[in-house]
Design a protein around this ligand. Structure first.
Ligand code: KG4
Ligand code: ZN
Length: 366
């Protein structure tokens, strides 16, 4: 039973996850720091609390890192208390903690990491550090996806296509060459005059529009990489050339739907092609963009047509949350008490290293 924290951006999240019974004779069963949820049975989310800070950042039109850090310090203790209440467990039921250590906003991450260290240290419990991208990738485990599978992780900061080979070990096969998919949604939303956070607003507006109204360019870079910055520029130029359209609600909805369609097309087509090329039958998505209603529908449709199995987690598991941290931790080794006290948070380093290794001809992360 793990208490899990996630504070990498502007959601203050705590969850209690039962990582599954460790098989008899395993390291976890013998009382070592390792967790063995993957081998010992499916993980169960006992509670998941997300205290969104959106209203605090909305007045600034985006996340203000210092405001996020301060709000995390105010909201975290309450989120932990609620996570215990909802799960019906106490400190005595815990076997360990898990926390996101990066990538993300460094001040925000440090709040979660310091809190996790303090709580784990005080209770003499082990602590599992979890990479935020592994967390998003692990959301599919809530639906029982098993490796090998193709994973699309699309959030505000990252767009990664990977092959999960076993457990939670993955090989990156494609990534964005410029903006992340979530960034493309947010920038498009801003151009259309929608409030922050833009992705969800654009999704809602697009539901009233015609996705075929304007054919925005689909940049399809080589292989499985993505590119979204040209699309944002195309919308900017379109709005400059058709200034009247921004005034019409119906036309704005169709622009939103057409813009969304171009992003979704790129994500779905590359993900499905990757599965086919790799000879894999299972596809899972995660990250805030996987909350997009059009992406969810298109991916389900196309996978069905091609005989692929799509694992599309509930929206609450796609956007930032601490339950996914526990799902990932079930596949990772914990750091024993008190060795984790010198663990550090990181803003972006491992992700960049992974991409560098990939460009040098191969990448494996675990
Ligand atoms: O994973 P996430 O919650 O935080 C990061 O790790 O970045 O993803 C946030 C991103 C934002 O860019 C947000 O606009 C986008 O996910 N997003 C959406 C939707 N909900 C959140 N994009 C499109 N449609 C949505 N419904
Ligand atoms: Zn995220």
């Amino acid at each position: 039973m793990l208490l899990c924290l996630e504070t990498s951006c502007d959601d203050t999240s705590a969850a209690v996850v039962d990582t599954g019974a460790a098989p008899p004779g395993s390291a976890a069963a013998a009382g070592s720091a390792a967790t063995a949820g993957a081998a010992g049975g499916p993980a169960v989310i006992r509670s998941s609390i997300v205290s969104s800070q959106h209203e605090f950042h909305a007045v600034f039109g985006g996340v203000v890192p210092e405001v996020a850090s301060r709000r995390h310090t105010e909201l975290l203790a309450g989120a932990v208390a609620d996570a215990f209440d909802e799960a019906g467990v106490t400190w005595d039921d815990l076997d360990g903690l898990a926390v996101t250590t990066g990538p993300g906003l460094i001040g925000a991450l440090l709040v979660g990491l310091a809190a996790a260290k303090a709580m784990a240290y005080a209770r003499r419990l082990p602590l599992t550090p979890v990479d935020h991208l592994q967390g998003h990738l692990a959301a599919g485990y809530a639906l029982g996806v098993e490796a090998p599978f193709v994973s699309l992780t699309a959030s505000g900061g990252h767009t990664l296509l990977s092959v999960v080979e076993h457990g939670i070990e993955f090989r990156v096969v494609g990534r964005t060459l410029d903006d992340a998919a979530g960034e493309a949604f947010d920038k498009g939303a801003r151009l259309l005059g929608l409030p922050y956070p833009g992705g969800r607003e654009l999704d809602l507006l697009a539901a009233q529009g015609d996705p075929a109204a304007v054919v925005f360019p689909r940049s399809l870079p080589h292989g499985f990489d993505f590119s979204f910055s040209g699309l944002k520029t195309a919308l900017l130029y379109y709005l400059r050339e058709h200034p009247d359209e921004a005034g019409s609600e119906a036309r704005r909805a169709s622009l939103a739907a057409s813009y969304q369609e171009a992003i979704v097309d790129q994500l779905v087509s590359k993900t499905v092609r990757c599965a086919e090329q790799e000879g894999l039958r299972r596809v899972a998505v995660g990250g805030g963009v996987a909350a997009n209603s059009r992406l969810r529908r298109r991916l389900a449709e196309v996978c069905e047509q091609r005989g692929l199995e799509a694992f599309i987690p509930p929206v609450a598991l796609c956007t930032d949350n601490a339950a996914m941290v526990g799902l990932a931790a079930a596949h990772l080794g914990a750091v024993p008490w008190p060795d984790y006290l010198d663990l550090d948070a990181y803003a972006s380093e491992p992700a960049l290293n992974a991409l560098r290794r990939r460009s040098q001809g191969g990448d494996r992360r675990s």
